[in-house]
Design a protein around this ligand. Sequence first.
Ligand code: AMP
Length: 283
Amino acid sequence: MIEINTLQEMNQWTQSKKKEGYNIGFVPTMGFLHEGHLSLIKRAQQKSDYIVMSVFVNPLQFGEGEDFQDYPRDKKRDKALAEKHGVDVFFYPRIEEMYPRPMSVSLNVHHGVDVLCGASRPGHFDGVATVVMKLFQIIQPDKAFFGMKDAQQVSVIQRMVNDFHFNIEIIPVEIIRENDGLAKSSRNVNLTISERKEAPKIYETIKKAKQLAKDKQMTSAAELELWTIEQLKVQLSGRIDYVQVLRFPDLTAIDKLEGKIILAVAVHYERARLIDNITWKQN
Ligand code: AMP
């Protein structure tokens, strides 16, 4: 594995591999790697000749008062894990390398961001789209791997790729969980002991909600949302940011539960905001 820190070197590496006819798989991350990230690498290995993993905590996608400073970082550990799991290029640019000057053209995501994290984190997906577009331009991958933990991100990036005619296949990868069901996240280390203890209730609850829908005990999105909110409220000390049932991947509102559905949740704790979701096909 090699480490690359500059855009120029990264692009040169890409060009040389492309000339030789190899295909490149790309795994973008903000580091502090866990098994969720490693599963993206694994999937990339099945589908690519070379794997580039980026580790970049993107300031543009953090709002004021969010945890940009507090976001956990450990380059040495990330690099060792990436190497052990078969990454070929560890792309680790500095902020000044990615944003040498304020952007003079910006991306504004305006579909599917009036809901979920887009609604509670204004501008977040503009920052995500901007950095992913930059990384796509520099790395020019054939395939890019994104976790379904950030389902809204998958949806936004797929649309961006369609809108801007990127010749890149977006591959969603299923959510990896702790043994007790909590979705793995770099932010989990910022939970207190008691928050960590109750956090698995999030997945337990949305799993039950899905089952209620599947068993036709609930047939409307509003009813399912309400039930989930009530269940979470009594079980969690964290503040519920949202509970929403939508069509997936277009993230539009639904009334009756039918077709491909997502139930997504965000909960605020003292030093971490947790998100989780479950998707299913409702017959
Ligand atoms: P992050 O470093 O949190 O920005 O995540 C980088 C990539 O890893 C994103 O595509 C995430 O959706 C994905 N990811 C994060 N946590 C998980 C998880 N528990 N399971 C699967 N993918 C994940």
